[in-house]
Design a protein around this ligand. Structure first.
Ligand code: NAP
Ligand code: GCO
Length: 259
């Protein structure tokens, strides 16, 4: 008999996952749909989102899948789409702030544009989207906010100072959300992936030296797959985490445990 615990059941819940046209966000959308949630995918390209929505439906027959095209760095687009989701699809019970980019450069040579684009997309966006969604959750006295942090919320490496600063800030923004919004029934936590095989890391995966280094640096001895983040995300999105707040749940193959 298949085992299922109602604590992890997301039936009747609606989840907005930013940056879910591909990669980790798309994997999380499939995983939450499989746990019963209706999912709303987000990205900047309508046709790419339509393809992603079809992939979720193919992976999870019968899943309720919507799309919301907006740039997570543009407050007006966020406000418009959050209002449309809440009034024409369903109240947002679960928000996963997942959209993110990488612009690598040595710090002393990094352009202002490379800095600002990463901080805007990987940190400020979470402030903007959460500011649009959280008041509605607070009015309902319930909500789950999950911010996709990174092992770079704790450590850095050369050429990603912008990214590490953003993800470090995202860890503290997650805690700040918990401190202000827990009393209103919201649980705000972070998901901290290690090195995962996605488009964002294609150049690293294809680099023999880096590949060898990260497999040696990670106790599990390998890269992670986006699907390996689903269990932690369903936990943080479900009633199983109703007394968990301000925590970053790392899914990193043991990387942060090792010197
Ligand atoms: P990815 O495959 O490059 O996907 C990035 C996603 O973000 C895409 O869906 C993209 O959508 C979306 N996006 C980018 N800028 C956006 C914007 N301004 N507005 C709306 N959507 C935007 O990367 P990934 O590896 O899945 O990364 C997802 C998240 O996980 C990021 O926050 C990343 O920092 C984090 N993370 C990744 C790893 C890893 O090893 N891969 C580890 C730790 C944390 P469109 O381009 O279609 O708009
Ligand atoms: C890099 C990578 C990392 C990973 C991830 C690790 O250039 O080192 O892009 O930043 O994507 O964030 O958790």
């Amino acid at each position: 008999m298949a085992y299922s615990n109602p604590l992890f059941d997301l039936t009747g819940r609606t989840a907005l996952i930013t940056g879910s046209s591909q990669g980790i966000g798309l994997a999380l959308a499939c995983g939450l749909a499989r746990a019963g949630a209706a999912v709303v995918l987000n990205g900047r390209d309508a046709s790419k989102l339509a393809t992603a929505a079809a992939a979720v439906t193919a992976a999870v027959p019968g899943a309720e899948v919507g799309t919301a095209v907006f740039d997570v760095t543009v407050a007006a687009e966020i406000g418009r789409e959050v209002e449309r989701i809440e009034t024409t699809i369903a109240p947002i019970d679960i928000l996963i702030n997942n959209a993110g980019i990488q612009r690598r450069a040595p710090l002393a040579e990094m352009s202002e544009a490379q800095w600002r684009e990463v901080l805007d997309t990987n940190l400020t966006s979470t402030f903007l989207v959460a500011r649009a969604v959280a008041p509605r959750m607070m009015a309902r006295k319930a909500g789950k906010i999950i911010n996709t942090c990174s092992v770079m919320s704790e450590v850095s490496r050369p050429t990603i100072a912008n990214y590490a600063a953003a993800k470090g800030g995202l860890k503290m923004l997650t805690r700040a959300m918990a401190v202000e919004w827990a009393r209103h029934g919201l649980q705000c936590n972070g998901l901290g992936p290690g090195y995962i095989v996605t488009e964002l890391n294609r150049a690293l995966v294809e680099n023999e030296d880096f590949n060898r280094w990260i497999c040696g640096r990670t106790p599990a001895g390998r890269w992670g797959q986006p699907e390996e983040l689903v269990g932690a995300a369903v936990f943080l999105a479900s009633a199983a985490s109703n007394f968990v707040n301000g925590q970053i749940l790392y899914v990193d193959g043991g990387l942060l445990a090792a010197l």
